[in-house]
Write a protein that binds this ligand. Sequence first.
Ligand SMILES: Cc1cc2nc3c(=O)[nH]c(=O)nc-3n(C[C@H](O)[C@H](O)[C@H](O)COP(=O)(O)OP(=O)(O)OC[C@H]3O[C@@H](n4cnc5c(N)ncnc54)[C@H](O)[C@@H]3O)c2cc1C
Length: 231
Amino acid sequence: MEHLNVPPVNHVKVLGGQGWVGLIDHLGSEATIVNAARVSFGKLKQSMDERDVKLLNYLIENRHTSPLEHVVFTFSVHCPLFVRGQWHRHRTWSYNEISRRYTEIDLEFYTPEVLRRQSEDNRQASFFDPAFHGGQLREEIRRHNRLSLELYEKLLASGVCREQARGVLPQNMMVTFWGTVDLSNLLHFLELRDSDHAQSEIREYAVAIKKLIKPIVPNVAAYFEKKGQVW
Ligand SMILES: Cc1cc2nc3c(=O)[nH]c(=O)nc-3n(C[C@H](O)[C@H](O)[C@H](O)COP(=O)(O)OP(=O)(O)OC[C@H]3O[C@@H](n4cnc5c(N)ncnc54)[C@H](O)[C@@H]3O)c2cc1C
């Protein structure tokens, strides 16, 4: 049996190799989208021609989103708890995750490679300051992670149940979940999370997802590239 904490073959590493997102499965293609849009004509096509690409662009441009919902992706995501918290606000995804009520093995913690400074004019934002190295702070984060794990293990060894002991594990704990979403809602996610307004950690995952889906929806990627977005 494969282990869930191991990335699937088709994956992209993020957060300096500490996290990853992988494509587990997908349903449909761009031909599915144009077929869905033209379903009233009762005709099916297997491949895309120029007229289909025009129709696809028209659908995206005019937010005629329901045909896009016939393409579905399942991703496996390995990320810190705080990224998972932001991700799970997207209610149009379906999620399943390893439960710390069942298992205490494979605990991992994220240590940022670089510490950013707090923005002074935006309480939600941060910025990279090349002059700011954070000194020993990264080492202290590592130490904090280690001490949390030690306390967690002590609680378990003392007979405390897993569901309460996990409360001492920090936001840097890595979690692995599956998320399934249709293309329309995925594009919405990517718009919000590959953005200057999003936290840079979750943004790395959004950029990685674009790489993973580009071969499956190349004309969708091209549409956004023409609009000046990076895919
Ligand atoms: C940069 C950034 C900062 C944020 N900061 C905060 C914050 O400080 N605090 C905070 O609480 N959240 C914050 N969020 C989360 C944000 O409010 C949304 O919850 C999150 O982005 C998910 O967006 P969504 O609801 O559009 O996506 P989804 O939940 O995937 O929904 C997609 C779309 O479906 C429709 N929809 C889904 N559910 C409903 C519903 N119940 N009723 C009506 N329509 C629905 C809506 O049109 C919605 O846009 C932030 C998000 C971003 C990107």
